[in-house]
Design a binder for this molecule. Structure first.
Ligand code: ADA
Ligand code: CA
Ligand code: CA
Length: 228
């Protein structure tokens, strides 16, 4: 056989091999980022706190699963799923383990349309002074739903929760004033109180609360309570 024919055959074989390995028609489409798992981009696995600083984090209905951030028990050392300062978190489900929930870390902050089917240590905490708004459905708090550890004006609007010790707790033994608005809450399976505080200057304004407890047991402490 002629040499040039051999070369031609060889080139043809190489060309066919290249074609079959790189053919754009057989290539798989890249459908998701590597932070998403394979359930059609509806699940987001995280391994550290999402810090929302001066921005809006809109999950668009995504479900978060936290790995290595806590076990959702009553251990106090778990990481929050979100830390918010001058920002908004909305439209997200936080699946178990919900660890230490969402933290407000200063300035202003909003939680809107967030769903937590199984609360971890607690579900939202004021860590630093600020003005905050919470609209969330969250169930199964072993003890506290919301925790207030620093000065704030905080509004809970259309919140829903089933099974908890108390809905809101100002940190034990603290006597500084915080201002709490409850603008609609549907609470069932509450064991202890809607709000518990050891401060006499803290003020709770409320309207449209539905709760399994008799109203005489809603407020645990000697703080100021008023409808609005
Ligand atoms: C408990 C604990 C506080 C704080 C709080 C929280 O009340 O005593 O120090 O950690 O929980 O923020 O969960
Ligand atoms: Ca706690
Ligand atoms: Ca906590």
């Amino acid at each position: 056989m002629k040499k040039w024919l051999l070369w031609l055959t060889l080139c043809l074989v190489v060309a066919l091999l290249v074609w079959f390995s790189c053919n754009p028609f057989t290539q798989k489409e890249i459908t998701s980022l590597n932070v998403l798992d394979d359930s059609q981009g509806t699940r987001l696995t995280i391994t550290c706190t999402i810090e929302v600083i001066g921005s809006t984090w809109d999950g668009g209905g995504v479900e978060i699963v936290a790995e290595g951030m806590g076990d959702g028990s009553q251990a106090e050392s778990q990481d929050p799923i979100f830390a918010i300062s001058n920002g908004t978190v909305r439209n997200v489900t936080i699946n178990p383990p919900a660890c230490d929930g969402l933290h407000f870390i200063g300035g202003s902050g909003t939680i809107s349309n967030v769903y937590v089917p199984d609360i971890g240590e607690d579900v939202c905490t004021v860590k630093k002074p600020g003005t905050y708004t919470v609209n969330m459905t969250a169930h199964e708090a072993a003890d506290k739903w919301g925790q207030i550890n620093d000065l704030c004006t905080i509004t809970f609007t259309s919140c829903v929760g089933n099974n908890m010790g108390k809905f809101i707790r100002q940190n034990g033994g603290k006597t500084w004033k915080c201002v709490i608005y409850i603008d609609g809450a549907t609470l069932s399976g509450v064991d202890e109180a809607v709000v518990r505080s050891d401060s006499t200057t803290t003020t709770v304004y409320w309207r449209n609360i539905i709760c399994n407890l008799p109203q005489s047991e809603w407020w645990y402490g000697n703080f100021v309570v008023s409808t609005y």
